[in-house]
Design a protein around this ligand. Structure first.
Ligand code: NDP
Ligand code: 8X3
Length: 253
């Protein structure tokens, strides 16, 4: 059987781009997300185009019980996952700490931190018997710096940074690689989700600069995954050329 990559958040943006890249490389895929129609459409397109096989997992990474059930029901041969891309994540709102919506905080922490942990626990236990595997955690520049009003989103991505380091230590005896990929601004549905459907506000984030696109990140992830067995890239920070830090951006009208 071909190699298997399990990608969370595969219905959009970086996760969808990774699905294309790994399908093109001949991987069979386990694709996980909540939006069933979108996931089915992407999966059918990739199966037809690249003659690979895809298992669709409709699950919310925040819901421990149903997530576990949806993953554990996979046939044994599909649990031989070579690459896990922990990509599902989001930001909600951009408010100072005193004005933040506590529901937004719950959603970010439950998705970006706890959801990533739940998936990792399940899949690392599938990797351990094989004494191999590669876990890619999608962090962010927001996991390396804190910017105004980014408070809880930044905290959730700093947690991904710490967890990536912790996982690398704990999974070392099992030959499992752990890499953290930290993008700067990537134009995806991220800002539309952050601003709860306000497309105009979302567009302004990328105004007068050339942001990264999702394929730039998928390309970097493929580079990391395709290194020789004895090489691991621990951490990668990838920025648009026009972005020096989270907040220092060269906008040229
Ligand atoms: P998108 O909004 O385009 O994609 C997010 C994906 O995550 C969707 O497929 C969505 O699928 C999935 N998702 C969200 N919540 C859940 C959930 N509870 N359970 C399962 N799947 C979920 O954004 P990006 O592609 O930009 O984001 C991907 C990752 O990259 C995130 O972790 C984000 O924090 C990170 N990132 C993004 C940057 C950017 O500038 N865009 C920069 C740095 C990091 P569905 O709604 O169908 O469940
Ligand atoms: C997404 C990029 O700069 O909005 O992680 O935090 S940013």
């Amino acid at each position: 059987m071909s190699k298997i990559a399990l990608i969370t958040g595969a219905t959009s943006g970086i996760g969808e781009a990774c699905a294309h890249t790994f399908a093109q490389q001949g991987y069979n895929l386990v694709l996980l997300a909540r939006r069933e129609d979108r996931l089915a459409k992407i999966a059918h397109h990739l199966e037809d185009k690249y003659a690979i096989t895809i298992k669709q997992v409709f699950a919310d990474v925040r819901d421990k019980e149903s997530l576990t059930a949806a993953l554990e029901v996979l046939p044994a041969e599909w649990k031989k996952v070579d690459v896990l891309i922990n990509n599902a994540g989001l930001s909600q709102g951009l408010d100072p700490i005193d004005k933040g919506d506590t529901n937004d905080w719950d959603i970010m922490i439950d998705t970006n931190v706890k959801g990533l942990l739940y998936v990792t626990k399940i899949v690392s236990n599938w990797m351990i018997p094989n004494q191999s595997g590669h876990i890619i955690n999608i962090g962010s520049i927001a996991g390396k710096e804190v910017y105004p009003n980014g408070n809880v989103y930044c905290a959730s991505k700093h947690a991904v940074d710490a967890l990536s380091k912790g996982m690398r230590i704990d999974l070392l005896p099992h030959g499992i690689k752990v890499t953290e990929i930290n993008p700067g601004m990537v134009e995806t549905e991220f800002s539309v989700v952050r601003f709860k459907g306000d497309e105009d506000r979302a567009k302004k984030v990328y105004e007068n600069l050339e942001p990264l696109i999702a394929d730039d990140i998928a390309d970097a992830i493929w580079y990391v995954v395709s290194r020789p067995k004895h090489v691991n890239i621990n951490d990668m920070l990838i920025m648009p050329t026009a972005q020096a830090t989270a907040t220092i951006i060269n906008r040229t009208p």
